[in-house]
Design a protein around this ligand. Structure first.
Ligand code: HEC
Length: 103
């Protein structure tokens, strides 16, 4: 009887040690690095819409201009002029402006 108890104790100790061993994480899960360009910024929904409008409408007659090529003050009349050329509404023009001017 005593032997049985001792054996049971040893067995349970063995099981316990195995159980604790396996529960220790071997590698801490690494946090995923956000993908994308390092200079990517968070866009407001208006800017995001502007980006889509810009990329879909402003390369029909020429290549897309770098958004950094002009200051916000310079972009203002250009976008006004170009959104008419692209036959876009004033609302779309202001979305495009918010995108190109804030980048
Ligand atoms: C119907 C054709 C057409 C469309 C569509 C068009 N453009 Fe243009 N874009 C031109 C022409 C032609 C020029 C050069 C002459 C001028 O400034 O009018 C030009 C010039 C530009 C320039 C240079 C301006 C400067 O001062 O150097 C920028 C920037 C520009 N476009 C941005 C845009 C944007 C933003 C859109 C979308 C809203 C757009 N374009 C859509 C025809 C177009």
């Amino acid at each position: 009887m005593k032997l049985k108890i001792t054996l049971l104790a040893i067995l349970s100790l063995f099981i316990y040690s195995c159980a604790t061993k396996s529960s220790v994480p071997t590698e801490v899960a690494k946090k995923e690095e956000p993908k994308g360009l390092p200079f990517a910024r968070v866009l407001t929904s208006e800017m995001a819409e502007g980006k889509i409008l810009y990329e879909n409408n402003c390369n029909k007659c020429h290549e897309l201009y770098d958004t950094k090529a002009f200051s916000a003050e310079k972009w203002k009349p250009i976008v006004e002029d170009m959104r008419k050329k692209a036959e876009l509404s004033e609302a779309d023009g202001s979305k495009i402006f918010s995108y190109v001017a804030m980048q």
